[in-house]
Write a protein that binds this ligand. Structure first.
Ligand code: EGV
Length: 384
């Protein structure tokens, strides 16, 4: 394909979500990172008890329902320091809504220079730019080889925004590195923001982040998500947590947008988190491992095909081609009603970095991952 044709094809789509929307009605939708695997038997029981949760919620004390839900969720993922004195927590309809509230809170204080991880899912730069922010890339490879933020970036910004585990690479910021970054942010008086939406998939991301953040004394915001984990048909919570000393009006902006989310959803999240603790998390990790193996094993012998994220344990996997344009692979697959994502738009600062990769969602029934992998194999051989 000519450069022109490639640019034309990807310019026809404004963002990654547009590709995802196009895939929603397809049987082989491996585009979006939402959870679409089958319910386990014990999860199905929770779904069947939703009418009871509805009735129990009527007249229930909202603050207690919210506290119990948060405690169960933070506990199962190792965030034992939460809640702690000096911290706040509010529930949003989704993590993107939480990010929007965070972004507007920054802008209310004129804090509009933000260092953002590169690459990462493109609705994050879009939300931040939507409130007028100027973005500075925090290059992921550089971040991990340094073990901290580039001082040149740190000096320019009011806030740092990092996704861990990252989407789509799966890279995790470990505890020593988080401590180093938090100390840097404390010293530079920069707000440290973490998006931990994919935390649940990776035990390496389940050390107690809130203890590290508190220890550092930095000002921080964390966005947690229940939406990527469990197949709950878009019923989910984006938790927005922050340190009381954060210095931006998070609570006021939240109140402009939301009074609160449904107690039914809070109770549902609590039950899915309890189930995760009682074996569901183990099953979730095993399911992702199985699907990742299916994809890798189906394609591993093809010349010019590799997997750039060997350590990724998240619910998405990138595939890289030495000799093919990702947009062409995406297009031919789409014409067969098989949907994945071309990766250009994850690279919000340098889209060409994604010319050779596609992302495949793994939170699907195994047979759909297998059929998609087989279709990918055919397409790669045909185009090659
Ligand atoms: C992924 C899409 C938007 C996002 C999907 C995602 N949400 N656009 N508000 O949830 O990796 O596919 O994160």
């Amino acid at each position: 394909m000519s450069d022109e044709a490639v640019n034309e094809l990807s310019a026809a789509y404004v963002n990654l979500t547009q590709y995802e929307v196009e895939a929603l009605d397809s049987v082989l939708n491996l585009a979006d990172g939402h959870a679409r695997q089958d319910l386990t038997p014990s999860q199905l029981e929770i779904v069947q008890s939703l009418p009871d949760m509805w009735i129990q919620s009527i007249g229930g004390k909202l603050s207690e329902i919210e506290r119990d839900s948060a405690l169960q969720f933070f506990d199962v993922f190792g965030q034992y320091s939460h809640p702690a004195p000096g911290t706040e927590l509010l529930a949003c309809y989704s993590s993107s809504v939480a990010m929007e509230i965070f972004a507007r809170s920054l802008s209310a204080e004129g804090l509009l220079s933000i260092g953002l991880l590169h690459p990462t899912f493109d609705n994050i730069p879009d939300i931040l730019r939507g409130v007028g922010a100027t973005l500075f890339p925090v290059e992921e490879d550089d971040l991990h080889s340094r073990g901290c933020i580039d001082p040149d970036v740190l000096a320019r910004v009011d806030a740092i925004f990092l996704t861990t585990p990252n989407n789509p690479t799966g890279q995790v910021i470990d505890a020593p590195m988080l401590a180093a970054i938090a100390r840097q942010c404390a010293a530079a008086e920069v707000i440290l923001t973490l998006d931990t939406c994919f935390r649940g998939f990776d035990a390496r991301a389940q050390y107690d982040h809130y203890a590290v953040l508190r220890e550092s004394g930095c000002r921080w915001v964390v966005i947690e998500d229940t939406g990527k984990l469990w197949p709950t048909l878009e019923l989910k919570i984006g938790w927005l947590a922050w340190s009381k000393n954060v210095g931006i009006p998070v609570e006021r902006i939240y109140s402009d947008i939301l009074l609160g989310i449904s107690p039914v959803v809070m109770k549902m999240v609590q039950q899915f988190a309890r189930d995760a603790k009682e074996g569901g998390l183990h099953a979730l990790h095993a399911g992702m491992r199985e699907n990742r193996n299916i994809l890798r094993n189906t394609l591993h012998d093809l010349v010019g095909v590799d997997f750039p994220d060997p350590d990724n344990r998240g619910s998405v996997e990138r595939i890289r081609f030495s000799h093919l344009e990702s947009i062409r692979v995406w297009e031919v697959l789409r014409d067969r009603n098989v949907h994945v994502l071309p990766c250009q738009k994850f690279h919000w600062h340098r889209p060409d970095d994604g010319n050779d990769t596609v992302r495949v969602a793994l939170a699907r029934p195994a047979h759909k991952v297998r059929q998609t992998a087989e279709a990918l194999r055919e397409v790669i051989l045909e185009l090659g």
